[in-house]
Each structure stands twice: as structure tokens, then as C-alpha cells.
Design a protein around this ligand. Structure first.
Ligand code: MN
Ligand code: MN
Length: 456
């Protein structure tokens, strides 16, 4: 059902389903503040649904449910279908990383009798949005003896929060003349972590006190931060947004909204005809690079492992399985903003409450970098959506030459499979408080489920 408000003719039962689904979704967001935490949640949910580590299976048969985890930051789930893998798969691919500040390798310093953590921001952010908001720290410190210590501060209501200061308005005469991209500079995104001196120290007493805290609480020393990955993210849980509670406000909805809906679509469905796959990658926000990003060979390697377990591990079988696959690159789209509607082309932008957005192409400056989906494929998807009664819309990321962006679609397209971007419209994208419409979250889940099961 194209371009229609989800609430038009929605029954009470449908509205209850939307609300219930989004309660689970908010819980996922509140627990998954980093890609590692999301991987943990996904594995937990998958195991509850009967998935097992792929290594534990020697052979595979229709109905089997397996997963592979890559370096705790990237995970892929498979449900084996009744058809052989070489007939192609139905793939949903979302990313688990979100913009944030990462601690540098030597983060702790003292200045003006404050202890601070030095950070390097990750992904595209308007830096001024991240000052004066409560922040949390999540991550790991890996020790030389092979142990890993987890750090989680700022989410429990009894926890302290951290934060980045901004100059008071009274003294900002000079600062207010700066351009928005210069008003808060990258090196100013440092987090205050303490102000209490440690008695008996000769210099940097406040820093010494923070080091003492880490020694006592986690058994780590300053040098151990060299092998740590700690992410500074907005603190606090996902919440309802709007007096009518029709929306969700939370950090990290790009792209955990598509990750969660993809996960649920895969877990909740019937045993499929074509093998279904949900791929959750890291590093999308910095170009899908690295061993855990979409450009890594991890996904391809897992498919080879599966083929080997079905007795078809030759290169040709692998190429056929990939080339005959259909994929939805499950990623968010920009929704039209009532205050900044001029940045969108009204006839070709996503709207809240109009369901999942299919985006033929992304890119910037004349579609550069886009994986332009084939109309033959889009026609098949339209039919599947209409047969399942799912509300869908189309959208472009802003008006022409307003900017642009990319997704993982072009990476999967290299396998010569059919792929299109499909996901939830978002307001305030990449800000500490991203907003989605609950009806779109639920409709996206239904769309992904229909895609996994549909005849194409
Ligand atoms: Mn995204
Ligand atoms: Mn993004």
C-alpha cells in the first residue's frame, strides 16, 4: 500500500500491536548503546529463538538456525530454507554502529584541577549537539593477560553521568560569531570525569584520583587504556516522544531501528523457502571499513562455511548463491522535518507514519556513490508489499545537492545481487535524540518479514 498513512483505517488491534512492538524496541535501544552491546542482545534473542553457533553444526538441513559472531562487533544469522543455498538467499543487512565520541588511547589528563578524557568523534555529527547533555561511557579494556574488563557508567539511575562543557552565554560574545561547524571544535569534545583531588599526591591530584578509582574498581592502570575501546554516548533509556506517544526518542536509532526490526523479522517468521539471513555490521558510519565493517570478507566467509556444510563449497556455488540473492539494505532515511521542510523535495521525501521507505538510490552530487536499484527488482518488492498489505513509501535523502549520504547497499551490489535501501524515516538523524514514528517501526518489521517470505 503505497503512500498512505498507517493510521488510516488502523484497527485498535493494529495500534496495540504497534505499541507493544515498540516497547520491546525501546528495551533493545536502552540495552544496546554500542555495537558490542547490540551483538550481545542479538545473540541472546537469537539463542532464545533456537539459534546455535554455526561451528556446532557439521551439516545443515532445512529449518536449521545458526549464527556467526565476528570479533564481538558484527554478527550474522541464517535460517536455512527448503531450497539449496545456491538458489540464492533473502538478506537483510543493518548496521549496529552509531555516531559518538571514542576515547583516545591516552585519554586521561588534568587541566584547571579537572580530570578529563580526550576523545575523537566517530561518524558525522553536529558537534555542538553533544555538549551539555548527560553522557555515558561503555566499552572494554583489554589486558595483557588476556582478560577483558567491561566498563558501563551512566545508564543506571543511581550512576553518575559524564558530560562536555560549553561556554556560558554571558562570556560567549566572540564564540557566537563563529560558524556552526567551528563553534565547537573536535578537540573541544573532551569529557569531564572528575574534580576531587587525591590527598598526598604532588601533582595532577584529580587525575590521580580517577586512576585510583579505575585501579580499585576495575584493576586497570593508565597504560591499559592503550588497548581499550570506550565509547561516549548519550546517557539514558529510549522514551516515548510526543503527547500522543506516537514516536520514540532515543540515541542510536540510526541504524538500530533497522537492526531490531530485521532481527525480529528473521526470528519471528516461519521456516523459509529461500534461506534467510540477517547481517549486522559495524563501521558503516565511517565508510564500512575494517574487519567488522560491511566491506570485510566476514560475510562471504560465513556463507562459504554454510555451503561447505551442505556439500557445495566450490567457488561457483558461492558466486551463484550471492548473485541469485535479494537484499534489503536495512538503513534509515531522513524524514521531512516540519521546521526545515525546505531541505527536502516534498514529492520525493519520506514522511512519518507512512511506513517503510524504499530508497532507489542514495549518494550525493548527481547520485555519486549510489547503488541505484533496478526497477525490475523494485516492481517485485511493490508486489510483495501490496500482497502483504504493508504500508510503504519512497524517499530521497534530501533535495538535490542539499548534501547526501551512503549505506552498505553498494557493497553487496558488487556480488551482482539485487539490493535496495529500505528502512525507517528518522528526524534529528545523528543527534543525541533521534526520533522515529512507532507506526513506521512496526510497518518496517512487517515489510522485512514479508520480504523474507515473499515470492519474487
Ligand atoms: Mn545508517
Ligand atoms: Mn548514519
Amino acid at each position: 500500500m503505497y503512500n498512505r498513512n498507517v493510521y488510516q483505517d488502523a484497527t485498535k488491534d493494529k495500534i496495540a500491536k504497534i505499541t507493544d512492538f515498540c516497547e520491546d524496541y525501546k528495551a533493545f535501544l536502552s540495552k544496546g548503546k554500542t555495537e558490542r552491546m547490540c551483538v550481545n542482545e542479538i545473540v541472546k534473542e537469537a539463542e532464545k529463538a533456537g539459534f546455535v553457533p554455526a561451528e556446532s553444526k557439521k551439516t545443515l538441513a532445512a529449518g536449521d538456525k545458526v549464527y556467526f559472531v565476528n570479533k564481538r562487533k558484527n554478527v550474522v544469522l541464517y535460517r536455512i530454507g527448503t531450497r539449496p543455498l545456491t538458489d540464492g538467499l533473502r538478506i537483510l543487512g543493518a548496521h549496529l554502529d552509531s555516531p559518538r565520541m571514542d576515547l583516545k588511547q591516552n585519554p586521561l589528563y588534568e587541566k584547571e584541577e579537572f580530570a578529563l578524557w580526550d576523545t575523537h568523534y566517530y561518524g558525522g555529527i553536529k558537534k555542538y549537539q553533544y555538549v551539555t547533555v548527560p553522557l555515558a561511557a561503555h566499552g572494554v579494556i583489554c589486558l595483557k593477560d588476556g582478560k577483558t574488563v567491561e566498563v558501563h557508567v551512566g545508564e543506571d539511575p543511581t550512576d553518575p553521568v559524564l558530560g562536555i562543557t560549553d561556554l556560558l552565554i554571558h562570556l560567549s560574545g566572540e564564540m557566537m560569531q563563529k560558524k556552526a561547524d567551528k563553534v565547537i571544535e573536535g578537540e573541544k569534545l573532551d569529557v569531564i570525569v572528575g574534580s576531587m583531588p587525591l590527598d598526598g599526591e604532588e601533582k595532577d591530584e584529580v587525575k590521580a584520583n580517577i586512576l585510583r578509582l579505575f585501579r580499585e574498581r576495575y584493576g586497570v592502570e593508565a597504560e591499559d587504556f592503550v588497548s581499550a575501546e570506550i565509547e561516549i554516548v548519550p546517557a539514558g533509556p529510549a522514551r516515548d516522544f510526543g503527547l500522543d506517544r506516537s514516536m520514540v526518542a532515543s540515541y542510536g536509532q540510526d541504524d538500530r531501528v533497522c537492526a531490531y526490526t530485521s532481527l525480529r523479522a528473521l526470528l519471528d517468521g516461519e521456516a523459509p523457502e529461500y534461506a534467510s539471513c540477517a547481517l549486522f555490521v559495524d563501521k558503516e558510519e565511517i565508510g564500512s571499513v575494517g574487519a567488522t565493517g560491511a566491506q570485510s570478507l566476514f560475510f562471504e566467509n560465513t556463507l562459504l562455511e554454510l555451503l561447505a556444510k551442505t556439500g557445495a563449497d566450490d567457488v561457483l556455488s558461492q558466486r551463484r548463491a550471492l548473485e541469485r540473492s535479494y537484499m534489503l539494505s536495512s538503513d534509515v532515511n531522513a524524514a521531512i522535518d516540519p521546521i526545515y521542510s525546505g531541505a527536502s523535495d516534498k514529492g520525493n521525501c519520506a514522511k512519518f507514519n507512512h511506513g517503510i521507505v524504499f530508497e532507489k538510490y542514495t549518494g550525493a552530487r548527481g547520485k555519486s556513490g549510489a547503488s541505484d536499484a533496478n526497477p525490475e527488482y523494485i516492481a517485485k518488492i511493490r508486489r510483495v508489499m501490496d500482497e502483504a498489505g504493508v504500508c510503504f513509501q519512497t524517499g530521497e535523502l534530501g533535495a538535490v545537492d542539499q548534501g547526501g549520504g551512503g549505506t552498505i547497499a553498494f557493497i553487496s551490489a558488487r556480488y551482482n545481487m539485487e539490493v535496495i535501501d529500505a528502512g525507517v524515516p528518522v528526524l534529528n538523524m545523528h543527534s543525541p535524540m533521534e526520533i522515529t514514528a512507532k507506526a513506521d517501526v512496526y510497518e518496517t518489521y512487517l515489510a522485512y518479514a514479508a520480504f523474507l517470505q515473499g515470492k519474487m
